[in-house]
Design a binder for this molecule. Sequence first.
Ligand code: GLY
Length: 410
Amino acid sequence: MHTETHTTARTGARTRPRAADVLVVGGGIIGLVTAWRAAQRGLAVAVADPEPGGGAARVAAGMLAAVTELHYGEERLLELSLASARRYPQFVAELEEASGREVGHRACGTLAVALDADDRAELRELHALHRRTGLDSEWLTGRECRRLEPMLAPGVRGGLRVGDDHQVDPRRLGAALVAACERAGVVFHRSLAERLTVVRDRAAGAVLADGTAVAAGQVVLAAGSLSGRLGGVPPEVLPPVRPVKGQVVRLAVPPAYAPFLSRNLRAVVRGCHLYLVPRESGELVIGATSEEQGWDTTVTAGGVYELLRDAHELLPGITELPLVETGAGLRPGSPDNAPLLGPTALPGLHTATGHYRNGVLLTPVTGEVMAELLVTGELPEHARAFLPTRFTAAAAPGARADAATAALQR
Ligand code: GLY
């Protein structure tokens, strides 16, 4: 265990540092799963977050959409996504056992539909991409779609049935991870990490907003869209994540209307991606806008209007349902839409951030690879394409391979 203490002059903190093997900065689902998996493997872990279990997952719908979120040029990300999707059933069983809480995992599959000729052409392209990449999806006529989901609008022109894209409830996932962490001995500091502590050119903990200095042998920066804002991190090491706002609407399906929708429903409506995620509890989540607006999390009339307008075109019956909640969250977007997993160029500092649209899906595999890194110093092979150094090294042509190799060897 790393036990170095720090001078108060260096950190500016008055409190005597407490030592941990690992400090995780950020207690969203990515930070929590990292903490839980590392603690399970015998490390002394601390998490700094004013509200563990909060973050973007409080707003996320929880689609596990490895197949239907596939985009051209993201085949490497697909491999990681599929690896995580395969782990989900076992991960959920283990987490529910460890926490004593259910996480609302539902193996319901997804139907992606098209309303007009343009949407249909886009969906046909996606189907072709699935076939080229060996993914399982089945083209259905509009009538076949309505047979599966009778509440669909008569105008639906066709769709893709994807049997392997399921769902989980991200709020329950976050709560279960907090409970599992507590049972595994993770120490929670309910305060914001303000400044990384660097001792002899090595990350050695952080100073929190409440003045606590937490000393740690390794630090994992897992603060979602805020990951680029931690003080004390050298600028060339800060992860290049940005906030991408998503607004969602939550409706309730009263028992008399059930089953309103049996599986996740997706569509591209006038170029905007829309999805509806029906939970067994009766909650129906409609999402999501995608807005590059900085740190703004205002729920706007326009955002809610567009979601409801497009959802109504797909499922006219939604206007009958009670509107329960609206919300907005910030996805941690990265320059290539893929996560930043592993060691940075600053010894002792790792990142687990930048999961963008796939944080819930990538939770199991992220916990696994980050724990392996923290325990052994080696990032597993299947995560090496996602090293954070792929961006910093790119700034100095020719240095990419060297920086990645050097980071892995520390
Ligand atoms: N994964 C869906 C979204 O980010 O909106």
